[in-house]
Write a new protein. Structure first.
Length: 103
């Protein structure tokens, strides 16, 4: 198996500060970085942004941000939100890669 193929399949982790740029690309609006930190800690409508602690700070991915938006939308529409909905295959791959790297 080619090592670069494994790397390509792993989502890129970004700092929460860098996540503001991803949110802008997705929504057209760049939130203050404090908003991203609140999404991780307090959440919105009972949904928290999935993050991992790595290399001295919390990190997230574009896929986790999109999943967060989808889950918040469901919650605001009165639909049930599954607490394990953020455990996507990509997220699990990222966790395995970080674990292998000792992070």
């Amino acid at each position: 198996m080619n090592a670069s193929a494994d790397t390509d399949a792993t989502p890129k982790l970004v700092t929460l500060r860098e996540a503001t740029k991803l949110v802008e690309q997705i929504s057209g609006y760049r939130p203050h970085r404090a908003a991203i930190y609140r999404w991780r800690t307090a959440g919105v409508s009972g949904v928290k942004l999935r993050c991992l602690w790595a290399v001295g700070g919390y990190h997230t991915t574009e896929a986790w941000i999109r999943d967060f938006f989808e889950q918040v939308t469901r919650a605001k529409n009165g639909e049930a939100v599954a607490p394990t909905a953020t455990n996507t295959d990509a997220a699990l791959r990222a966790e395995r890669e970080l674990s292998k790297a000792g992070i």
